[in-house]
Design a protein around this ligand. Structure first.
Ligand SMILES: Nc1ncnc2c1ncn2[C@@H]1O[C@H](COP(=O)(O)OP(=O)(O)OP(=O)(O)O)[C@@H](O)[C@H]1O
Ligand SMILES: [Mg+2]
Length: 332
């Protein structure tokens, strides 16, 4: 997939102000993030809670909550920098060409409108068509997202649906305008395991049918490495490693990625309590001038506490930011 990327995030920095002894300081929750997503490509963004995954995704849609602020960077979509667009043009892109399945499913649907009416509204916001025609489009899409009785679901209110059906309706709402890019922020975490697998299969099937790209945000490295094309591992607002998903188990090199892999159940650990990555992400780590993972890293060196490693060459398929790992040439 060497064609020009559909989405190219370059050196993105997003900060929230925090109170410090002598006033306010910037806490960079997305810190110099660069990544490329090709057309029809699925990229998973993985990392522990608080690593900045959602904030990065919201920036793509111009939805950073106040007082958060984009301090630096570009978000190129088909070569156009989304951060330079006025509000009206940003709204044209949002929901139409770039769509999101929000992390919190309880706020994704309006409880006072029927499912059909809100999917219909999402379409009418960007397209003109007769009510009957749009209704047909919505019913067709409800069938495509695996709903057997679309007319009943069209007229139902969100609270009348099971979690699985609600998530299918949310997916339909995200896809009604046939976006080129879908951001799926933990789209299955609120569901039980069987339904999770069904929804994931559905998303992958729709990705092929619609020919769209997906930025798939997740905590679950094991899950995403089964279907994504590439994986970006994030920690404390930084990209730690990006590599093809098929190489995650055998070729990942960053101690953080390896730590996350240590959480994966294997035949040896089946039935045992899984080891967890020791420690947790703290504000102090985010503010550190060194590598934010240094305090938890089993391979830490002196330099890691004082100098943050930069991501290796952007031209290679496998990039990582770590002082403790040999250069990529030594790995080949
Ligand atoms: N509205 C806000 N005000 C202040 N800080 C915020 C706000 N939203 C996010 N943050 C901070 O930004 C950091 C990154 O949060 P974000 O939600 O992007 O992480 P995440 O990787 O999506 O986590 P999770 O896996 O829990 O969803 C966190 O430290 C969070 O506290
Ligand atoms: Mg999140």
């Amino acid at each position: 997939m060497d064609e020009a990327p559909l989405l190219s995030i370059k050196n993105l920095r997003i900060a929230f102000p925090i109170q410090v002894a002598d006033g306010y300081s910037d806490l960079f929750v997305v810190n110099d993030v660069s990544l490329n997503l090709g057309a029809r490509e699925i990229m998973a963004v993985v990392g522990e809670s608080g690593s900045g995954k959602t904030t990065m995704a919201l920036a793509t849609l111009g939805l950073i909550p106040s007082p958060g602020c984009i301090k630096n960077g570009k978000i190129l979509f088909n070569g156009l920098d989304l951060l330079t667009l006025d509000k009206k043009t940003t709204r044209h892109y949002r929901g139409n060409r770039i769509s999101i399945i929000f992390q919190d499913p309880t706020t994704a649907l309006n409880p006072t409108l029927t499912v059909g009416d809100q999917i219909l509204e999402a379409y009418i916001l960007h397209n003109q068509n007769s009510y009957i025609k749009v209704q047909e489009l919505v019913i067709d899409l409800l069938v495509k997202v695996g709903i057997n009785d679309p007319k009943r679901i069209f007229d139902s209110y969100p609270h009348q649906l099971s979690g699985g059906l609600r998530q299918r309706a949310i997916i339909a709402m995200a896809l009604i305008c046939k976006p080129e890019l879908l951001i799926a922020d933990e789209p299955t975490t609120s569901l039980d395991t069987t339904i999770q697998a069904q929804i994931l299969d559905l998303l992958l099937d729709l990705q092929e049918q619609f020919g769209m790209s997906i930025l798939f945000i997740s905590h679950n490295l094991a899950l995403v490495s089964q279907f994504a094309h590439k994986v970006a591992v994030m920690y404390a607002g930084k990209i730690m490693e990006i590599l093809p998903a098929k190489d995650i188990v055998n070729k990942s090199v960053h101690p953080y990625t390896k730590g996350l892999l240590g959480l994966l159940p294997s035949i040896e650990t089946r039935g045992q309590v899984l080891p967890s990555l020791p420690g947790s992400l703290s504000e102090e780590d985010v503010l550190s001038l060194g590598c934010p993972f240094a305090n938890r890293c089993p391979s830490v060196k002196e330099i890691c506490h004082v100098e943050c490693p930069s991501l290796s060459s952007p031209t290679t398929r496998h990039q990582f930011a770590c002082h403790a790992v040999p250069t990529i040439n030594e790995l080949l």
